[in-house]
Ligand binder design. Sequence first.
Ligand SMILES: Nc1ncnc2c1ncn2[C@@H]1O[C@H](COP(=O)(O)OP(=O)(O)OP(=O)(O)O)[C@@H](O)[C@H]1O
Length: 272
Amino acid sequence: MLVADGLHKSYPNRRVLCGVSLSVSPGEVLGIVGPNGSGKTTLLRLLTGEELPDKGEVRLDGRPLCDWSQREKARCLAVLPQEGLPSVPFTVREVVEMGRHPHQGFWPWAGERDRHVVESVLLETGLQADRDRHVDQLSGGERQRVAIAKAMAQDPRVLILDEPTTFLDIAHQLGMLDWIRSWSQREGIAVLIVLHDLNLAALYCDRILMLKEGTCFAQGSPSEILTPDRIRKVYGVQPVLTRHPVTHAPQVLLQPGAGDSSATKPAESFTL
Ligand SMILES: Nc1ncnc2c1ncn2[C@@H]1O[C@H](COP(=O)(O)OP(=O)(O)OP(=O)(O)O)[C@@H](O)[C@H]1O
C-alpha cells in the first residue's frame, strides 16, 4: 500500500537519510525507532510528501506519491505530526469535523455520513463529554486525543503518526495504541508509527524498522530487532532484554549507569 524505495535526503552540509526502503500493508503496524536525530521525522516527511527525496521514490497504491493531488492524498492518508494539534479556538467537535473536509464537496457542509462518522469517532475516543470544549483550553494529552480523533474522522487507509504518545499518561498511551491497532485490523488501515518507547513498539508493532544515523540498521519482527547487541550499537546503552510474561513480546529493561558512549554519538551533551 505505502512503499518507499531507496530514499536519500540531505540538507546543506548534513546527510540525513541514506537509502531507506520500507513498505507497510493494509492492517499492518510498522514502527519506526531510532535515537534522536536518526532521521525518523525526516523519513515521515518524505512518506507524506511534505518534502521530496533527493533520490528514491514513495508510492501509494502503486502510484508515485508526487502524482497524487493534495485532496486525493488527504482522502487516503492521515498524518499526526510530532507537534500534535495547534492550540486553536475551535471546539472538539468542530476539529473532529475538519477531518471530514477531504471527503466533502467545494463547500464543506456535513452530510449524513459525515455526521455519523464524527459522532462514532467522538464516542469511540471517549471525547463525547468534551465535545463542546475549546481545544485551546485542553491539556496536551487531551489535545493529542482530539488530533487522533480528527485523523480517524478522515477515514484514511494509511495512518502516519510521529510520537503520538508523548503527552499521554500510561493509561491513555495504552488506550490509544490499543485503539489504533484494533482500528487498523478492523478496517485494514496501514499504520506507520514513530515511537521512542521500545517496549510499546514491541507490544504494538507487527514489524519494526530501526534507524541509525539515517540508514536502516535493521527491519523485522520485534523479536528479531530488539536484541541487546542491536540496542547497544544503535542507542549506546547496555540493556537487559526479557519477555513480557503475558504477551511474550521482548521488553527492554534499562540499567542506570550502563550507557556506552562509544557505541553511538551522544545526541546532546549535559553539563551539571
Ligand atoms: N530542515 C532541516 N535543515 C537542516 N537539518 C535538518 C532539517 N530537518 C532535520 N534536520 C536534521 O536532520 C537530522 C534528523 O532529524 P529528524 O528530525 O528527522 O530526526 P529524528 O530521528 O526525528 O529526531 P528526534 O527523535 O529527536 O525527533 C537532525 O540532525 C536534524 O538536525
